[in-house]
Design a binder for this molecule. Structure first.
Ligand code: UT7
Length: 323
């Protein structure tokens, strides 16, 4: 059977780093509150010349370089983002153009913080169905552009950035020993819309809007939903938490990450945490964390890696990959 194998990984971050202490000048908050409640210490914030397309392109180029590839080798781009450069056309198509590609196809995928997990599962389906041979799967966001910078309950949490994987078709045996995407579980439930949403859009207000979140409510649902899809993924693959080499969760809050790992029986030393460095970068958080853990030598060929995310919608999902 065809398996979608990870060939390469890359990432890109805006130049400007914003430390927690910088909020203290304008908001009733503190480095201590932010770090204690979330694990976040800093985030990157895009400058005027940095956009979702430019960060996505830079992450894509880094992944291509990592794989010894050029844009000619790619026939599909899936970009997970909730902060596109324009309402349309898809920012993925702009990235395709920036890479000098006039072949293949590209589209955006909107599942907020779960976007990258959805995008990996979607690219994997296209590869296994024969629609594409080698895909760039990108998560790129500029959430700083949709934050209400006067709302301390949200603006301290998010950051900008991009990460990318190259997935390519390989023959597999059909067993859990194969390299590549082994299992995926995706969910959504619109009854929770009002807990995490943007209060604008092209068809309603005609404006971009600002992110609104009832953080406590999101937190309350997150751990159970995350555990559900992960258990579904384990059942599909016939594995348990002990078989995992690495757990790479969505980086929203260190307390959610710890509680999820504990509920699932995943040992602390298997958990990749980068929320301290990047904050919550929505669809970019999982590939940014993957890139860090590959670069520092933690994730290696043959490792069993579990990706997970949960976010606005609600949407949530998990993907199991043998690296
Ligand atoms: O990526 C999508 C998924 N999103 C998430 O996963 C976010 C999930 N939620 C969270 O991470 C947490 O709920 C937060 C970090 C947003 C908040 O943490 P919490 O422990 O749930 O705090 P809380 O909302 O219960 O607020 C506790 C107190 C409140 O004050 P009172 O009412 O107790 O007097 C807030 O007003 O902390 C206050 N507060 C702050 N204080 C200082 C809220 N934001 C801040 C702030 N600085 N930035």
């Amino acid at each position: 059977m065809i398996r979608s194998v990870v060939r390469a990984v890359g990432s890109a971050l805006p130049r400007r780093i914003m430390k927690n202490s910088e909020f203290e000048a304008t908001l009733d908050t503190s480095d201590e509150w932010i770090a204690q409640r979330t694990g976040i210490r800093q985030r990157h914030i895009a400058g005027p010349d940095e956009t979702t397309a430019s960060l996505g392109e830079a992450a894509a180029r880094a992944a291509l370089a990592d794989g010894g590839l050029t844009p000619v080798d790619i026939d599909l781009i899936v970009l997970a983002t909730s902060t596109p450069n324009n309402t349309f056309p898809a920012t993925a198509v702009e990235i395709q153009h920036r890479l000098g590609m006039r072949h293949g196809f590209a589209f955006d995928l909107q599942a907020v913080c779960s976007g990258f997990v959805y995008a990996v599962a979607t690219a994997d389906s296209h590869i296994r169905n024969g629609l594409a041979k080698r895909a760039l799967v990108i998560g790129a966001e500029t959430f700083s552009r949709i934050l209400d910078w006067n709302d301390r309950s949200t603006c301290v949490l998010f950051g900008d950035g991009a990460g990318a994987l190259v997935l390519e078709a390989h023959d597999g045996e059909g067993s859990v020993a194969d390299r590549g995407v082994l299992a995926a579980s995706l969910r959504s439930d619109g009854t929770h819309k009002d807990k995490l949403y943007v209060d604008g859009g092209p068809s309603t207000t005609g404006t971009v809007g600002h992110l609104r979140m009832e953080g406590k409510e999101v937190f309350k649902h997150a751990v159970g939903m995350i555990a559900d899809v992960i258990e579904g993924t384990f059942a599909q693959a016939g594995i348990t938490a002990d078989d995992l080499t690495w757990f790479v969760p969505h980086q929203a809050n260190k307390r959610i990450i710890n509680a999820s790992a504990k509920k699932l029986g995943i040992a602390d030393e298997k958990v990749v945490v980068t929320v301290d460095l990047h904050g919550n970068t929505s669809a970019a958080s999982v590939p940014l964390a993957l890139d860090v853990a590959v670069r520092d030598g933690r994730i290696r060929k043959g490792d069993l890696v579990l990706l997970e995310a949960m976010g606005g919608g609600f949407t949530w999902g998990a993907v199991l990959v043998r690296w």
